[in-house]
Design a protein around this ligand. Structure first.
Ligand code: GUN
Length: 294
């Protein structure tokens, strides 16, 4: 048996189309054009690609996009001053500071300086705390995308055994909270977990978010399980050219899983689509309007 391929690219395109409809409605009915500001510090090539895609898709959805590029010599005070300006800017409803930041900057301090109402990354401690306590919150985009993909396979996650490999603030931890809110039974595995393959084999849904190329082997996957691969790892191919692989050994896992996300074309496109969703939600909340239909 080979797995059903979860087409993240197509699912993300549908979601962006829904966002665009909602943006058209908000601007037509209320004169509200959601605006997203993205701050990129330094020249990290992978970050530059993400930021370019974010701006392009923001504009395609009918929203305003504001790009701020700062040199990697920027001081913490200068970055905090920019965040304060964006917090005060009425045209800006979402603020994203691309991570990682250079070593001279305390990223916790910067993330905590973003107005929680504009925190479309969901990284502010207020949003993390609201998510953890079951209050409405802006939720980190990658885990939100993972849940939406899992739900294309399982109408309900209630009672399912979910295993999350990875405990980062960006993916693993918020994903755990979202899964609990969906009534899944959640196991969190990480680099110190004993017998990781056996833990993974318990999963009805396996989420891999470790950043290690093809670490999860086919025999770690329970036959018929759903596999959501969050990894985006650049490795040298046999021809010397670099290529992108996930955290899951796809060619092996596709023979065992019931459904699986490819890399690229799985979780990646969902992250930006969810960022657009969060920006529309933030704009409506800031304007005092009811939550949008997306
Ligand atoms: N770096 C890698 N992923 C992310 C993300 O989702 N948001 C931000 N701000 N930076 C990132």
């Amino acid at each position: 048996m080979t797995a059903r391929i979860i087409d993240g690219k197509a699912i993300a395109a549908d979601l962006r189309a829904t966002v665009a409809r909602e943006v058209a409605r908000l601007s037509g009915a209320h004169g509200l054009v959601p605006g997203l500001a993205v701050v990129l510090v330094g020249e990290n090539p992978a970050s530059a690609v993400y930021v370019r895609n974010k701006s392009k898709q923001t504009i395609e959805a009918g929203m305003r996009s504001f790009d701020h590029r700062l040199p990697d010599t920027v001081t913490e005070d200068e970055l905090l001053a920019l965040v304060a300006r964006l917090n005060a800017d009425p045209l800006v409803h979402g603020i994203l500071v691309q991570l990682p930041l250079p070593v001279q900057i305390d990223s916790h301090k910067v993330l905590a300086a973003v107005d929680p109402m504009k925190d479309v990354d969901g990284f502010h401690p207020v949003n993390a705390g609201r998510l953890a306590t079951g209050l409405s919150a802006l939720v980190p985009c990658t885990p939100l995308g993972c849940i939406l993909l899992a739900k294309t396979v399982h109408a309900s996650l209630t009672g399912l055994d979910a295993v999350v490999i990875g405990r980062s603030n960006i993916v693993g931890k918020p994903l755990i909270q979202l899964l609990l809110n969906e009534n899944a039974t959640v196991t969190v595995a990480h680099s110190k977990t004993r017998d990781l393959p056996a833990v993974c084999r318990r999963a009805d849904i396996l989420f891999a978010a470790v950043g290690r190329p093809e670490m999860v082997r086919g025999d770690w996957v329970r036959p018929g399980a759903t596999v959501i691969d969050v990894g985006i790892n650049r490795i040298a191919g046999p021809d010397g050219k670099s290529r992108i692989v996930g955290d899951v050994a796809y060619a092996e896992a596709v023979e065992v899983a019931g459904a699986i996300t490819p890399v690229p074309g799985g979780v990646g496109p969902m992250t930006i689509a969810c960022l657009l969703v969060n920006t529309v939600r933030a704009a409506a909340a800031i304007a005092g309007l009811p939550p949008p239909a997306v």
